[in-house]
Design a binder for this molecule. Sequence first.
Ligand code: HEC
Length: 96
Amino acid sequence: MNFRFTAFLLLGLPLLAQAGPPLLPGQALFQKNCARCHGANGKKGANGAHDLTKSNLNAFGRTYLVTNGMGKMPAFGKTLTPAEVQQVVAYSLTLK
Ligand code: HEC
């Protein structure tokens, strides 16, 4: 490992991590766990998934559904922590 590479790791990476608009914490969780059915924009509708931009469910209803699942929608109560469920639900509510 040469000095330049070490300097990049020490100085460059934190700068890169700070660049760009801040992501909502739930966005990465959504892309990892939900986008394969709902799509990155919530509208994909794969496997019979509902269009999240048209959902009338509030945060309470979504938290229940994501935790416990319904029909073909998997339950995430065992794979996500309650805090992560809350973050991904908050993100899903921003999809319009
Ligand atoms: C395997 C595919 C699949 C995945 C992955 C999935 N969903 Fe769903 N989702 C569905 C299906 C199917 C429904 C419709 C359930 C029903 O009513 O029977 C649904 C419904 C919903 C609804 C209710 C919409 C409404 O008003 O009817 C919400 C909110 C939701 N999903 C959020 C999420 C979130 C957040 C994630 C990630 C943590 C996720 N889903 C992951 C398939 C999926």
